[in-house]
Design a binder for this molecule. Structure first.
Ligand code: NAD
Length: 276
């Protein structure tokens, strides 16, 4: 399938659906990413903290897909925040990924209690100015973190990658992003295997549309204009998760999915998360 792209505030485009590799062990990552590339994925989402960038790099090096046709995201790990540490950690990632230029670099978590994300962001801006990263963004940022970046650097992130799925649809943060030209990217999009896909409302829409629960939820993200990065190591599911461009959810389906909203996270709260 041809995956559509969205345009970021720096004028660059990003595929609207990609492949996430969180919790895929290093020795399984090359195979999983190869399967994803063969299935048509052109965005790979990794992180320094996932400890599998080398597997991503190996899959890219072995693939027939041209470098300019893939979009690679990685994230600065929490322990390396700060101006100098960021520059050094970025170089290490590029070696593991075997890349000259990175498509998107994200600050993984704001860690407001350490107050280093502004200095970190200044290093991101420098790397972008030097042409080593095409687009720069953040992850798990809340409104107050954006306000601080804007006040101290004036550079608005292209993307905020946040926990987002029908159980936690992030209405307020999405509105803030829309107002400020920040693209929303959903992590944990199909609920991380923690029960979302068994929800009766999701199941009912799946039955009605003749699609799987995962496909219904992924389609919901697409119709909301989000970038979505589901993860799987199972080849049939990797294919299933990209077969979401041949149907549409109607208003009744969207209303059913809206009932799943519990306003509760599956993961940590970015305001208090302090692990590094
Ligand atoms: P996800 O919502 O993509 O769920 C993945 C799990 O869902 C799989 O392990 C499997 O158990 C199940 N699954 C996958 N396909 C399925 C299918 N078709 N049918 C039934 N079950 C299926 O969760 P995730 O991996 O946490 O999130 C996706 C990506 O987002 C990650 O791989 C990572 O790249 C990114 N992420 C980022 C952050 C962050 O802090 N920025 C945090 C978590 C994840």
């Amino acid at each position: 399938p041809d995956v559509p792209t969205l345009t970021m505030n720096d004028g660059r485009t990003i595929p609207q659906l990609g492949f996430g590799v969180f919790q895929i062990p290093q020795d399984e990552t090359e195979t999983a990413v190869t399967t994803a590339l063969e299935a048509g994925y052109r965005l790979i989402d990794t992180a320094q903290g996932y400890q599998n960038e080398e597997g991503v790099g190996a899959a890219l090096a072995a693939s027939d897909v041209a470098r300019e046709d893939v979009f690679i995201t990685t994230k600065l790990t929490n322990s390396e925040q700060g101006y100098d540490a960021t520059l050094k950690a970025f170089d290490a990632s590029m070696e593991k990924l075997r890349l000259d230029v990175l498509d998107l670099f994200l600050i993984h978590w704001p860690l407001p209690m350490f107050d280093l994300y502004t200095d970190t962001w200044k290093a991101f801006v420098r790397l972008q100015e030097e042409g080593r990263i095409t687009s720069i963004g953040v992850s798990n940022f809340e409104v107050e973190h954006f306000e601080k970046l804007a006040a101290e650097t004036g550079v608005v992130p292209a993307v905020n990658q946040i926990e987002l799925h029908p159980q936690f649809p992030q209405h307020e943060l999405r509105a803030y992003h829309a107002e400020h030209g920040i693209l929303t990217e959903s992590w944990g999009p199909i609920g991380q295997g923690k029960g979302l896909l068994e929800n009766p409302h999701i199941q009912a829409v799946a039955t009605k549309t003749g699609k799987t629960p995962a496909q219904v939820v992924l389609r919901w993200h697409l119709q909301l204009g989000l970038v979505v990065i589901p993860k799987s190591v199972t080849p049939s599911r990797i294919v299933e998760n990209i077969e979401v461009f041949d149907f549409t959810l109607d208003d009744e389906d969207l209303a059913a999915i809206a009932q799943v909203d519990e306003g509760t996270r599956l993961g940590p709260d970015p305001r208090t998360f302090d692990r590094r």
